[in-house]
Each structure stands twice: as structure tokens, then as C-alpha cells.
Design a protein around this ligand. Structure first.
Ligand code: SER
Length: 890
């Protein structure tokens, strides 16, 4: 019996017994305690707890569920799947134990010809909670089960809760004996493989409190009513009824497994390891499909991470089988075709779903390509050294540099027979986090271990830092660090951390970016990528060796790129000038809260509420550029902090200064601009060159940001704007000064023309209403009009046309009007029905939802929907016609 058939029989059985069929809730139903929906009762929780009144007292559903607690077991045993469907029947204060047992017994033992599942009553065993004599007696009375096939179990097995606070109660489970070939006799208490649980009947009557696990919690009290919650594993019922051994072999799953085997060129059932991979693939591809279908996207935490892991594990399993081409494009469509009968939205949404899945596979393939060799080398080295576990450092590097999540490293190492020093890995992760915090101001220290840096600092003392005095120094290499380790030498192409005894390079600080430059030595050179001061007094360069080999103790020349430095000085002095200009124009409260500058560019955040108007922006630019023209002198001097305060130097909030000695940068006479600052500066303001404000924006509620370009960048910026105006003048054939007026009048004319066009189009569409109404088709007494509007007709007009046509139909006769239209490839559908149609039981909202597979909104008279591709309009109208016709005939 096909899975879809079992599902149908289940729902029909309960609908016939007065239950309302309720569709599955989304897998990501909003419950703060649950990552995913994991049981059929989740969507009914508020009813069980008495927080909401259910609109029915009996319900039945087939719920999509995800459970990933046992993800590592998938495929190894035959019972674990991450996605499954749970058939359930629910009673909210209506029937209780007796009804639940009766309904379940009738369905599982009812003959297949009469709509039942046809299980042999002699193979059925049940369990009940320890002291639940009532349930035990009912099993004897209703099912005639002998005493020995009713087993009693404790709280861990026969008392159900969600594992978190919520409704709970004793339960009774139904098992099928699969026969002696599956294990020893003696019922479920002896062997749960031979005796397979297929249905759990929960007699939900208590509320569970906080606590852990299945046994260790408090019962808070009775629920407002006694309820029933049952769950039958659809997949389990399927594999029993399909005569296969496990869930990976049922009709909704097996074709994916088969295709995977075909791609990998192996045969299922021949080799245990391969079989495990194939089952993982079949299970995970389907779970991935269902999760993306319900709106989850791959990510690094929470639900997104679960999805990412599922997809990545299936891709890796394919690789382990020897297939290393993209696998999901081969497998996902098969899974979709198998599942779409029950979940049609998988078909309509498949473009989106597949894009997300394939994108994740591509990204993962890149990660794998980069990291696998590194991992293999580490594994080999470890094994050679007789080690049994991969070091935390290796795992950390794989994570940090190659994006390997620790789970993946664990799995891949395990496949090669190694464990991983997980504690070591976590320690390094914590250290890195702490380092990142400590270095909040100098974020880019690379991966050097601070204990190593500290040792260098202890041994050699602080770096002799010459950034203010020279652009070039003769220096000695004190240490080279690669990754987290000190190394004696670094060769061409390598990126390492370099510590010198002396350097002229500016280390990023005070908002000023690090210098660019080169390190040269006899026989080689390196490019400076970054310069930071991870510890007070210690300058660390990040360099790429461009040529030759660099060794510890080598004599080198460290050189700042002079062009870069000039740009850096212009930008930093420009920042001070901008700050002074802001305070002159806006007032002294416009105090800098942060800044960043690099050659050609600066930005400055300052305390201010509300946007700056055009006028203020002009004034700020004016003050700044006048200061440039006045060629104000720029000086840097040292003094005690108290003295600096006395002369009015601005200290920045959040910075720590040495009270003995601070550096004061002064521009212009008196207090024009005095700031405590460690940056490099030009000698006089004219060297800054032009300053042009390019942007002004908000950063938080009471802080604004200005951005500017300076020096030659400012000139280039203005030149580009000039070219733009010239181009516009040429296109408009108008003098430059008239460009703005010309554009304005053109925009006005265009807008008027568009309005007129829309009006004419709407009139044309509406004028067809009469003709369409008189051409109505007769579907067994229902007047039916269906039409598509021309491309570009607005949603409002589609609706108006539907109403207009309806207005012209005979109001005394049932009539259905469907108008469909497409705008930019997206379809919309409006259905309007006459009052007589409504009186006969038709509903516009139902028709729209029926035609669009559940999507749409509105009421019985008028409803609309969309969400399908434009080329799907025909089939949608066809199915609508069928729906209307079906109603006409009854
Ligand atoms: N909530 C119970 C279970 O998940 C019965 O549906 O087993």
C-alpha cells in the first residue's frame, strides 16, 4: 500500500468518525521552545492547555515533523529518520481512553477492502503505563487482547510529554510483531526491533513543569479537560505494509536512494558502509527539501544550521561513495516528485527551493576542496606520530581558515579512525573570542597567539617605533609567526606575522588605517598587508613574501610607501579640520564619537540629532576649505594630560591616555583645532588639498556620520561630476545651467502621460465587461466567465473588471467570474461570484484557494490570490472552471 494511500485511509477513517481534517502546520511553527515541529499535537497545544477554544472537539491531521536529535544514527540503524510524517487523531475534552483505543483498533485491524490497514490482530502487542488498569482492561474488552500481550512500562517509556513544559499524560503504545527473523520473542519490553511501535495513544490529562528529560520533572496539575493525542508514524506503517525493512526503502524515499546508488555506481544491500551513506542521502535530501519548502535557509545557527548540516552531510555521503559532481540537481527533483502528491507547494515553489539547495551545495564544494587536503595531511601526520586524535589546533585552523564546522571535522576524522581534541578546539575558540574582544580597537591582528607575542615582547622589549620621524629603517627580524606558531623562516607566497626590532610603519590606531609598504632584504622582499599593535608597545606586520625567503634574525629594510603616507596624512589632518568645521558650524556639542581614515577618504561620526540640511553641509565644507587655503600650521607636541586639558585639547570618549605624557596635535592658532592624537599629519593645512563632503547619514539615534574625499581623490570626484553634467547637457541639448529645469519639466510631463495611459488602459479593459458577461458559459446552471487581461493591467483594474462583469450577470442565477492577469511575470487572479452563487454554497475565497493550491485571501463574494508564474494562468483557470462546474452539478 502506497504511503499516500495509508495517509488517505487514516484521515478518512477519522473524518468518518466525526473528526475535522486539519492540514499539517509548517515545520517552523512559531514555538519559542521548539526548533522544529516534532509531533502532531504541536499545533493544537493551546487547545490542550485551555488557552484557546478549539473550533472542533475532534481533529485529525498528518503532520510534517523533524527530529534531529539522532542525526548521527541516521542510516546506521533502520529506525531513525530526520523527517517523518505523523498521522494523528485528537480529542479535546471529547472521547477519552475508550474512544482512542476503539478508533485505533478498528483502523489497524479493519480489512483493507473496507478501508482499514489490515494488520493481523494476532501480531499486535500493546504497552500501558504501570498502574493504568483502565487502559489494560479496555484493551481486553475492545480488542480481546490476552493479558500477556499487554505489557506495563514506566515513565520513561509510557508517559509522554514534549520534553518541555506543556501537556502530558500516560500513554499506550501499539506494536507489530515482525516475526522471529527480526529478533527474540517476549514483546516490546524485550526487543523493539522485532516489535515495532507504530502508534502511540497519549491520554493527555496533566500539565508538565520544568525539568529535564523524560522522567525528571514535576506535574503541575490537571489540564482543564481530558484529551487524546495520538501519533502513528506514517513511514513505519508504510514499511510494514509495503513489505520492506525500513523507512529508507518505502515508496516516498527509495527512488532517491536508488538514483544515488546509480550515480555512484554501487548496489544497495551489498556493503554496510555504502548502505549507510545511501540511507543518509535518501533521508537528508528529503528533509532538506521539506525544510527549504517551509522557508528555512542554510545558515550558521539554529534552524539554518540544521538545514546546512543535512544538505552538507548528503553531499559528503555522495562523495564518500565516489561521486563528486554536484549531486543535489540529480536527487532533489526526484524527492520533490515523490512528495508533491501530499505537498503540492513543493512543485510550485521548486524554483526557489532548488536554487537555495544547489547554492548551498556549490558553496560546500568550494569549502571541501580547500580544506580536505589540509585535513588529510593533518590526519596522516597524526597517525605517523602514533597519535589517536587530531589536535585542537588543527581543528581550529580548519574552522578558522577553511570554514569547516567542527561537526564536519569530527565526522571526517572519525572516518579515518581518529578522534579530535574537542576540548582543545573549544579552548582555542574561546581564546580567539577573548582576543577579538581585547583587540576591539585593532581588529585585524590575524591569528597570532597572544602568548607567543607576549613572549617576544618580554624577550626584546617594545618595538622601536619610528613612524613620526622617518619613512625607512634598517631593522632586524625578531620573530615570524605562521598561523598560531612561531616559525624560523617563511618562503615565497606565504603570509606571516612579522615582528621587527624597529619599524617606520604606522600601525592602525586612532581611526587611521595602517601604512602600506615593503620589507626588503638581500635576496628577497615582502609586501606589507597590515600593521597592528596587538599588545601595547609591540608592532606586528602582516606580510606576504613576494620573493625569496625571510628568516628570523635577518637584516631588512622596512619602507613606508611615501605616496600612501602622504594620502594618510592628508586624510587624518582632514579629519581634524572637518571636526573643527562641524563644531564651528553646528556648535561645540557636535563632538566626534568615532572616525576612520585612509588615503583619499575619511569619515567621522559625531553626536547630533537629525539630518544636516543643505545649508549646513555647504557651510561645513566652506569652513574646511577656507582653513586649507589659509595654510594653517600643524604641530604635534607632548605634554602631561592636565596641561593638555588646560589648553583645551579634545580628548575622545572611550580612549585611554597616559596621564604623564600625551600627544597633542594642533592646527592653526589658539584653539582652532586641538586634539589628543597619535596619528600622522601634514605639516600645514594647504597640503590637505580640497575637502569634499560626499555623504551624510544616520548611525544610531543620536549620532550622524559625514564622509568626505580629500586631496587628489576630491579633485577626481569633482571632475567626474562635471563630466556627468556635461553628458546630461549634451543629451538634453541644453546649456549646463538649464539642465535641472529641463529634467524637472520632463519628469512632470512623463508622469502626466503615464497617468493618462493608465486611465485609458483601464477604460479599455472595463469596456470589455459587457461583451464578456453576455458570452458567459453555462456550466450545469452556473454562469461562468473567465478572462485574462492584457499584460501590464494593474491589480486594481483586474478587480474592477471582475466586479464589473459580475454586475452585468443575471443576479438571480449562480454566476462565477474569474479574471486573471500578469504583471512582470507574476500572476494574479480575482474571483467574484453572484449572490445566487453564494446562496447555493459557493465561495469566491474557496475557489481561489482551490485553484491556487491554498494561496489567496478574500471573502465569499470576492477573493484574490497570486503567487504562481504567469505561464501557469491557463491551468489555474482550467482548474477553477472544473471547481465551478463540480459545484454546478451538485
Ligand atoms: N505526541 C505523541 C508522540 O509524539 C503522540 O502523537 O508520540
Amino acid at each position: 500500500m502506497r504511503t499516500a494511500e495509508i495517509r488517505r485511509r487514516f484521515l478518512d477513517h477519522f473524518v468518518q468518525r466525526g473528526h475535522t481534517e486539519v492540514p499539517s502546520a509548517s515545520l517552523i511553527l512559531d514555538d519559542p521552545n521548539l526548533l522544529f515541529v516534532n509531533a502532531g499535537m504541536v499545533q493544537f497545544k493551546p487547545y490542550f492547555l485551555g488557552q484557546q477554544t478549539p473550533p472542533y472537539t475532534r481533529a485529525t491531521s498528518v503532520q510534517k515533523c523533524i527530529r534531529t536529535g539522532d542525526i548521527d544514527e541516521v542510516g546506521k540503524t533502520t529506525r531513525h529518520g530526520t523527517f517523518f510524517q505523523m498521522n494523528g487523531n485528537f480529542s479535546f475534552g471529547d472521547y477519552f481512553k475508550e474512544g482512542a483505543i476503539e478508533h485505533a483498533w478498528e483502523l489497524i485491524t479493519g480489512s483493507q477492502d473496507a478501508g482499514g490497514l489490515g494488520f493481523d490482530p494476532d501480531r499486535i502487542w500493546v504497552t500501558v503505563y504501570l498502574d493504568d488498569d483502565e487502559a489494560s482492561d479496555l484493551w481486553k474488552k475492545i480488542a480481546g487482547l490476552p493479558e500477556e500481550r499487554i505489557q506495563r512500562r514506566g515513565k520513561a517509556d509510557n508517559f509522554w510529554s514534549m520534553g518541555i513544559p506543556g501537556p502530558c499524560g500516560p500513554c499506550s503504545e501499539i506494536y507489530i510483531d515482525r516475526g522471529a527473523e527480526y529478533g527474540p520473542d517476549g514483546g516490546p519490553v524485550v526487543d523493539e526491533d522485532r516489535f515495532l511501535e507504530i502508534w502511540n495513544l497519549v491520554f493527555m490529562q496533566y500539565e508538565r513543569g520544568e525539568g529535564s528529560g523524560k522522567e525528571d520533572y514535576e506535574i503541575l496539575g490537571e489540564l482543564p479537560a481530558r484529551n487524546i493525542d495520538t501519533g502513528m508514524g506514517l513511514e513505519r506503517a508504510a514499511y510494514l505494509l509495503q513489505g520492506v525493512d525500513n523507512l529508507y526503502e518505502i515508496d516516498e524515499v527509495y527512488p532517491v536512494l536508488q538514483r544515488a546508488a546509480e550515480l555512484a555506481g554501487c548496489t544497495y544491500g551489498k556493503d554496510h558502509t555504502n548502505d549507510v551513506h545511501l540511507r543518509v542521502i535518501a533521508d537528508h535530501v528529503r528533509s532538506g527539501l521539506m525544510l527549504i519548502g517551509d522557508g528555512v535557509s542554510p545558515g550558521n545557527e539554529g534552524r539554518g544550521y540544521v538545514l546546512r548540516r543535512l544538505l552538507r552531510r548528503s553531499v559528503r555521503a555522495m562523495r564518500l561513495l565516489g561521486y563528486d559532481k554536484p549531486a543535489l540537481p540529480e536527487l532533489l527533483p526526484i524527492s520533490k516528485d515523490l512528495m508533491k502528491a501530499s505537498y503540492p507547494e513543493l512543485e510550485t515553489g521548486f524554483d526557489r527551493i532548488s536554487q537555495i539547495a544547489y547554492g548551498e551545495e556549490d558553496a560546500f564544494r568550494r569549502t571541501l576542496a580547500a580544506g580536505t587536503t589540509i585535513l588529510d595531511t593533518a590526519v596522516e601526520t597524526t597517525k605517523k606520530a602514533g597519535g589517536k586524535q587530531l589536535s585542537g589546533g588543527d581543528a581550529f585552523k580548519l574552522h578558522d581558515t577553511y570554514g569547516f564546522p567542527i561537526d564536519l571535522t569530527l565526522e571526517m576524522a572519525e572516518e579515518q579512525g581518529l578522534k579530535v581534541d574537542e576540548d582543545g578546539f573549544r579552548r582555542l575558540m574561546t581564546e580567539q573570542r577573548e582576543r577579538a574582544r581585547a583587540d576591539a580597537r585593532a581588529k585585524k591582528t590575524g591569528h597570532a597567539d597572544t602568548s607567543l607575542l607576549r613572549a617576544v615582547l618580554d624577550q626584546h622589549g617594545p618595538t622601536d617605533w619610528q613612524a613620526y620621524t622617518t619613512l625607512e629603517t634598517e631593522s632586524k627580524v625578531l620573530a615570524l609567526i605562521s598561523g598560531a606558531d612561531g616559525v624560523p623562516a617563511a618562503g615565497q607566497g606565504e603570509i606571516v606575522q612579522l615582528i621587527l626590532d624597529r619599524t617606520p610603519l604606522y600601525a592602525e590606531s586612532g581611526g587611521q588605517n595602517a601604512d602600506a609598504g615593503v620589507i626588503e632584504w638581500d635576496g628577497g622582499s615582502a609586501e606589507v598587508l597590515d600593521v597592528q599593535r596587538p599588545l601595547r608597545g609591540l608592532v606586528v606586520h602582516q606580510v606576504r613574501i613576494t620573493d625569496g625567503e625571510l628568516t628570523v634574525d635577518a637584516a631588512v629594510r622596512a619602507k613606508v610607501d611615501p605616496e600612501w603616507r602622504l594620502g594618510a596624512c592628508q586624510a587624518h589632518s582632514g579629519t581634524h579640520v572637518m571636526h573643527a568645521a562641524l563644531r564651528q558650524v553646528l556648535g561645540p556639542s557636535a563632538l566626534q564619537s568615532g572616525s576612520y581614515n585612509r588615503p583619499g577618504y575619511l569619515r567621522l561620526d559625531f553626536a547630533w540629532k537629525g539630518a544636516l540640511d543643505q545649508r549646513s553641509r555647504h557651510d561645513i565644507e566652506d569652513v574646511a576649505n577656507l582653513a586649507v587655503r589659509r595654510d594653517l600650521p600643524v604641530s604635534a607636541t607632548y605634554m602631561p594630560l592636565t596641561e593638555a586639558r588646560e589648553i583645551g585639547a579634545i580628548a575622545l570618549f572611550g580612549e585611554t591616555y597616559n596621564p604623564e605624557k600625551v600627544r597633542v596635535v594642533q592646527i592653526g592658532p589658539g584653539q582652532w583645532s586641538i586634539e589628543l592624537c597619535g596619528g600622522t599629519h601634514v605639516q600645514s593645512s594647504s597640503q590637505i588639498g580640497p575637502l569634499v563632503l560626499t555623504g551624510e547619514s544616520s548611525v544610531g539615534s543620536s549620532s550622524r556620520r559625514v564622509e568626505a574625499v580629500v586631496g587628489i581623490e576630491a579633485f577626481r570626484y569633482l571632475a567626474k561630476e562635471r563630466d556627468l553634467v556635461s553628458q546630461l547637457a549634451e543629451i538634453l541639448k541644453s546649456p549646463r545651467d538649464n539642465v535641472a529645469d529641463r529634467v524637472e519639466s520632463m519628469v512632470t510631463r512623463l508622469r502626466d502621460a503615464e497617468k493618462e495611459l493608465a486611465r485609458m488602459r483601464a477604460a479599455a479593459v472595463l469596456s470589455s465587461a459587457g461583451e464578456l458577461a453576455s458570452g458567459a458559459e453555462d456550466l450545469d446552471g452556473v454562469a461562468y466567465v473567465a478572462t485574462e487581461t492584457p499584460e501590464g493591467t494593474g491589480g486594481g483594474d483586474i478587480r474592477k473588471l471582475a466586479q464589473e462583469i459580475r454586475g452585468r450577470l443575471d443576479p438571480g442565477r449562480p454566476g462565477v467570474v474569474a479574471v486573471a492577469g500578469a504583471t512582470d511575470g507574476k500572476a494574479s487572479l480575482v474571483v467574484a461570484i453572484t449572490k445566487a452563487a453564494k446562496d447555493s454554497g459557493l465561495s469566491a475565497a474557496d475557489l481561489v484557494r482551490g485553484a491556487l493550491g491554498g494561496k489567496g485571501g478574500g471573502n465569499a463574494d470576492l477573493a484574490q490570490g497570486g503567487g504562481v508564474a504567469a505561464d501557469q494562468l491557463r491551468p489555474v483557470l482550467d482548474s477553477l472552471r472544473q471547481l465551478a462546474a463540480a459545484r454546478g452539478a451538485t
